[in-house]
Design a protein around this ligand. Structure first.
Ligand SMILES: Cc1ncc(COP(=O)(O)O)c(C=O)c1O
Length: 377
């Protein structure tokens, strides 16, 4: 066997190691400061019971693509419920948020189009845009003036798209969706919003930041993951029925993939009911987040003033971020360092994400330890 490929990979891995960017697979241990189980639904007894019951009815695997023998009534039921939750006419459930973003972007973006994308957008949005044939323009994070100018000046015979997360997954910042909606209306652009971290957390119904900003009728499509606040997995794309029907016909990551376990649909149906009915969960989450931010500020640790459950502590150097995370892990806190390419170069960080299983006492203890560990490093 030729060893040239092996040599190349060894060199690449050595380079990753030298930059302090080697990844390790580590199971949960310690108090959860890193998962996306914001509402503690991943272990909810009602959701567990719903999926067990559905497995008895449906079996395990779906046995095929949704367009073949993988289709089930329970998918249609939960999609209808999700569309109502999101106040759109239709929704479509994908195996994952990654697949949903790839599918929707490659389906709608054509070669004469221009797509404007926030510089901090998630890898799944970046990859979907790269796989499409549209011309892409990256704008500075949440820079309304820049995006307004770009959209007004853009000349294209095709369509314009503005693509953004609503709550940014690594920064905890919130996109000005109201302003974006206005600019899109003015310039005829189509607004696509990734609500991965916002669905279940924001808005009266808990359907996300599109709801909180009151721009439901101005968003072309939203992508809503089900593996974070909803406690399960997969993702719903929600929008007008004609657009969702187009995804059924054209989204390759939907068509050419085995449908999810049918039983997951029943788990999600229960999760969405819980989110709708138990608004005390999201209130608690946002109260804890506000309290946590205050504690950090009192300890001289700078964080963004916007309230959300995602709080990055920017360290800069990757090796240092890993060292700080390891010191906190040794104290019993499950905190993970996030390094490039997930975040920009020299912007390694601890990404703290809160969940409602935490208490103010635990947050106090955590911040005491964090302040000490930062001082020691
Ligand atoms: C903003 C954003 N979009 C999409 C995804 C992908 O979702 P999933 O994990 O369901 O593939 C993530 C996941 O981390 C995300 O943070």
């Amino acid at each position: 066997m030729d060893n040239k490929l092996r040599d190349r990979i060894d060199r690449n891995l050595a380079e990753i190691e030298a930059k302090g960017l080697t990844r390790k697979l580590v199971c949960p241990r310690g108090i959860d400061f890193s998962s996306n189980d914001f509402l503690c639904l991943a272990r909810d007894e009602r959701i567990k019971a719903a999926i067990v019951k559905a497995v008895e009815r449906e079996g395990v695997g779906s046995t095929g693509s949704r367009l073949l023998r993988g289709e089930r009534d329970c998918f249609a039921r939960v999609e209808k419920q999700f569309a109502e939750f999101k106040k759109t006419s239709r929704a479509l459930y994908f195996n994952s948020g990654y697949q949903a973003n790839i599918g929707l972007l490659t389906a709608f973006l054509e070669d004469n189009d221009v797509v404007f994308s926030d510089e901090f957008n998630h890898a799944s949005l970046i990859d979907g845009i790269r796989l499409s044939k549209a011309n892409r323009v990256i704008f500075r994070h949440r820079n309304v003036d820049e995006i307004a100018k770009l959209l007004r000046e853009a000349k294209t015979g095709g369509q314009k798209f503005l693509v953004t997360e609503s709550l940014f997954s690594m920064d905890g910042t919130i996109a000005p969706l109201d302003k974006y909606a206005g600019i899109c209306r003015e310039t005829g652009a189509n607004l696509i919003v990734d609500e991965a971290h916002a669905v279940g957390v924001f808005g009266e119904r808990g359907s996300g930041l599109i709801e909180r900003f009151g721009v439901e009728s101005e968003v072309f499509l939203s992508m809503n993951t089900a593996g974070k606040a909803l406690g399960a997995s997969g993702a719903f794309v929600a929008g007008d029925a004609w657009a969702i029907e187009y995804l059924v016909q054209k989204a390759r990551s939907f068509i050419f993939s085995t449908a999810p376990l049918p039983a997951i649909a029943d788990a999600l149906k229960t999760a969405i009911e819980i989110v709708r009915e138990e608004n005390q969960r999201r209130e608690k989450l946002l109260n804890l987040s506000e309290f946590f931010r205050q504690l950090l500020n009192e300890n001289g640790i700078k964080v963004s003033p916007e309230n959300s459950q995602i709080i990055p502590i920017i360290v800069g150097d990757s090796k240092k971020a890993v060292k700080i995370a390891a010191a906190l892990q040794a104290c019993g806190f499950d905190v993970r360092a996030i390094r490039p390419p997930t975040v920009p170069d020299n912007a390694a960080r601890l990404r703290i994400s809160l969940n409602i299983g935490l208490t103010k006492e635990i947050l106090h203890e955590f911040v005491d330890n964090l302040a000490r560990v930062i001082n020691e490093n």
